[in-house]
Write a protein that binds this ligand. Sequence first.
Ligand SMILES: [Zn+2]
Length: 118
Amino acid sequence: MRFQDLEACPFCGCDEFYEKQQTRGTIHYRIRFDGKETDNSDMYDSLLTMYSGRAYCNDCKRYLGNYIKDEVGKVAQRKCFENSLEGESQEVKDFFKKAIADNKEFQKKIESERVRKW
Ligand SMILES: [Zn+2]
């Protein structure tokens, strides 16, 4: 699932996310001798910023995925899928729940087979 397809946080519906960024560097903060306010609007321009792309919901703070890689996180993806089943009958929900569980069992089996071969 692509991150750009998200329209809101799948957990709480918030329409904003934030990215954790790391910055490094030195700033020059200007101060006037007479104590009057001066322009420091460019004071962060010299900082080196590292963009992780890791996106978190602005409200519930849950991890949503990586918007630079354009990927939705696994848990958020599962929640999107669950949300898409809203309004479906319990029978349909149960069907998909079982299909997902079966797929997990299948994946586990494949993993254990792989381990056994080594
Ligand atoms: Zn949220």
